[in-house]
Design a protein around this ligand. Structure first.
Ligand code: PMP
Length: 450
């Protein structure tokens, strides 16, 4: 009965919000029951409706509901879902060959993705890029390279940081439940510094950058010893941590602290990178040039690929055979990544991300004016968030956050939550979303806030 079953995704999909059933609808509920019987309980979904097509600014489910997409599969389909150049290039590659293993036989598309990232990344000097499959793998490899290049073991990360679910990256991740609980023992030599989180800095936002930099120096010089630290790993805007934009001046201070001590700076741009914030990399907003940058998510337009881009002399510190993996830089994913670069260039998507901020920010600011529980509006480009609080002491309010999110979902708007306290609503629309859906999505959000 349902035309949706055969509907094609991509930008040709009808760009409408349509809620035909309760959410999740009966077909999704049926599939969810099968999921519960077949998958472990540890795999959950933010909005458990089963998707049959997606593209432009919508995702369509098995009951024919069409949701405005403010999530992009957690910042992955930045150029749009089933974006034409991504789909065409990946499909053509599927018919040529699906895999050789780059460790067995190389192919040109891998080299081309690396050349493109080397040209684009704000890393100084000559550069090299390694391809992997996921964000966690990118971060883990960046740390391996930093250790090999410096001969030092230590890694410094920040409060509220998220870097992945593998043993090392889970150890680097700040939040215990659900990412770490029960999964120890953790990797050693991971040290955590306070994040320059202006909204929650005890001394106030004005003193945030300076005091957080001083705390980092204290950790490095007194507690760990600079000579024991390979790298400081920082997200220029924290993703899972709640879209925390560090206080202006903090990132340049971190870069300087690292440079003075021979510590490498790794920017984890897995969530912020590849046009999301209105620049190719979020570091560029602060003029910071890290030694190594990790990317994934938006890089493949939905296909699994990640990368480490870094200064040539560091990247080359690992001898042949020390890096790689069976699927790393899979040829279909490489073609998808080349399609992503094309979409960004031809669609002028850096400008589009900035434009999305210009449309969304005033609407979010209005919510903050209307409701005292909207404590802060923050983010950059198409990576924006509101923090939900209770009372003058800014107590995090995860219950209200979940309630607003639920109402958005019931109203046909896909939103995601984030934050160490689960009290941040984050918005990551695909850059292919039409203005009309952005505005409509913001109206659904406003109604959900009451
Ligand atoms: N680093 C950051 C900043 C991330 O946001 C994420 C994913 N949310 C990761 C690393 C891990 O990426 P993946 O899930 O692809 O392993």
């Amino acid at each position: 009965m349902d035309v949706v079953e055969t509907q094609q995704g991509g930008p040709g999909l009808a760009q409408v919000r349509r809620v035909r059933t309760e959410v999740p609808g009966p077909r999704s509920a049926e599939l969810l029951a099968r999921q519960r019987a077949a998958l472990p309980a540890g795999v959950g979904s933010a909005l458990p409706v089963f998707i049959t097509a997606a593209g432009g600014g919508v995702v369509v489910d098995a009951d024919g509901n069409s949701f405005i997409d403010f999530g992009s599969g957690i910042a992955v389909t930045t150029v749009g879902n089933a974006a034409p150049r991504v789909a065409e290039r990946a499909a053509a590659q599927l018919h040529r060959f699906t895999h050789t293993c780059f460790l067995v036989n190389p192919y040109e598309s891998y080299v081309e993705v690396c050349e493109r990232l080397n040209r684009l990344a704000p890393v100084p000097g000559e550069k090299r890029t390694l391809l992997v499959n996921t964000g966690a793998e990118a971060v883990e490899n960046a740390v391996k390279i930093a250790r090999a290049a410096t001969g030092r073991p230590g890694v410094v990360v920040f409060d509220h940081g998220y870097h992945g679910r593998t043993l090392l990256t889970m150890s680097m991740t700040a939040k215990n439940v659900p990412y770490k609980q029960g999964f120890g023992p953790f990797a050693t030599d991971v040290h955590r510094a306070p994040m320059a989180y202006p909204y929650r800095w005890p001394g106030g936002p004005e003193r945030c950058a300076e005091e957080a930099a001083a705390a980092l120096v204290e950790l490095i010089d007194r507690q760990v010893g600079a000579g024991n630290i390979a790298a400081v790993v920082v997200e220029p805007i924290q993703g899972e941590g709640g879209f925390v934009v560090s206080a202006p001046g903090f990132l340049p201070a971190v870069a300087e602290i690292c440079a003075e001590r021979g510590i490498l700076l790794i920017a984890d741009e897995v969530q912020t990178g590849i046009a999301r914030t209105g620049a190719m990399f979020a570091c560029e907003h602060e003029g910071v040039q890290p030694d190594l940058i990790t990317t994934a998510k938006g890089l493949g337009g939905g296909l699994p690929i990640g990368a480490v881009t870094g200064r040539a002399e560091l990247m080359d510190a690992v001898p042949a055979g020390g890096l790689g993996g069976t699927y790393s830089g899979n040829p279909v994913a490489c073609e998808a990544a080349l399609g992503v670069f094309d979409e960004i260039e031809r669609g002028d998507l850096l400008r589009r991300a900035a434009e999305i901020e210009r449309i969304m920010r005033p609407a979010l600011a209005e919510l903050a004016e209307r409701h005292t529980f909207v404590g802060e509006v923050r983010g950059r480009g198409a990576m924006l968030a509101i923090e939900i609080v209770r009372g003058p002491d800014r107590t995090p309010d995860p219950a209200r956050t979940a309630e607003i999110s639920k109402r958005c979902h019931a109203g046909g708007l896909l939103t995601l939550t984030a934050g160490s306290y689960g009290n941040v609503l984050r918005f990551l629309p695909p850059l292919s979303i039409p203005d009309s859906l952005l505005t409509e999505g913001l109206a659904v959000l406003a109604a959900a806030c009451g």
